[in-house]
Design a protein around this ligand. Structure first.
Ligand code: 77K
Ligand code: MG
Length: 214
């Protein structure tokens, strides 16, 4: 059977990246996806915005929706302090298994837990099953129509604390209009928009940061 695009990305990382070096894994994926096959990684341009917000948050517990092949999980985890960890949720089992291998090549398997399943099912389990009390940083990069309901669910489950930082990808393209309307009109969130471009393309996109004010 023909290999998937995601399998071809793994092949490229496995062949070209330096084992244990997250930067070389990121560079390999960015080179492959800008020169060979486009893929929906946050990419190098929006990746710099992600880096800056992660450094601002300096999270102990980080949460990601939409692992895909693990590019943003590596971007986040490479910046985490020694005892900090990232939980990343992916519904597609093929993506999750490719991400597990790419994260292993980056040498970040100890800092990253991949949880397979649908976000709305997993969020209520984070406290009991994954010992999560509060989340310090959340990266939303999964199905765009899930951004809003999952943010509401995080708040309802009590995982957000004063200063928790949410960062959402693809605010312009593919877009998440209900999330933007909700978060910008919610009194407990302080929002900032970061104009950028769709990964590996000259198409306009943006990221939205929302700080929970308690
Ligand atoms: C199937 N699936 C598993 N995870 C997801 C969630 N991610 C996205 O949907 C997503 C899509 C695009 C995109 C797709 C087509 C296009 F023409 C332009 C942009 C870009 C992104 O950065 C994304 O995060 C979808
Ligand atoms: Mg995205």
């Amino acid at each position: 059977m023909d290999q998937s695009k995601e399998q071809r990305i793994l092949n490229s990382v496995s062949y070209n990246a330096v084992k244990g070096d997250p930067e070389s894994v990121l560079d390999c994926i960015d080179n492959y996806c800008s020169q060979k096959e486009w893929a929906m990684n946050v990419g190098d341009e929006k990746g710099v915005i992600l880096d800056k917000v992660v450094e601002e948050a300096d999270p102990t517990i980080a949460l990601e929706f939409g692992t895909y092949v693990g590019y943003s999980a590596i971007r986040i985890a490479r910046l985490l302090k020694p005892n900090a960890r990232l939980l990343t949720i992916e519904f597609n089992p093929e993506f999750a298994s490719i991400a597990r291998e790419i994260i292993e090549i980056a040498g970040l398997s100890e800092k990253i837990t991949i949880i397979e399943g649908h976000s709305q099912d997993i969020i209520p389990q984070l406290r009991e099953k994954y010992q999560v009390d509060k989340v310090d940083f959340v990266f939303l990069d999964h199905w765009k129509e899930r951004y809003c309901p999952d943010t509401i669910l995080l708040e309802e489950c009590g995982y957000l604390k004063k200063g928790s930082i949410l960062l959402a990808d693809n605010i312009v393209y593919p877009g998440a209009p209900d999330f933007v309307k909700y978060i910008r009109s919610h009194k407990s969130f302080d929002c900032t928009n970061y104009p950028s471009h769709l990964e590996y393309m000259k198409v306009e996109d943006a990221m939205e940061k929302a700080v929970y004010m308690g």
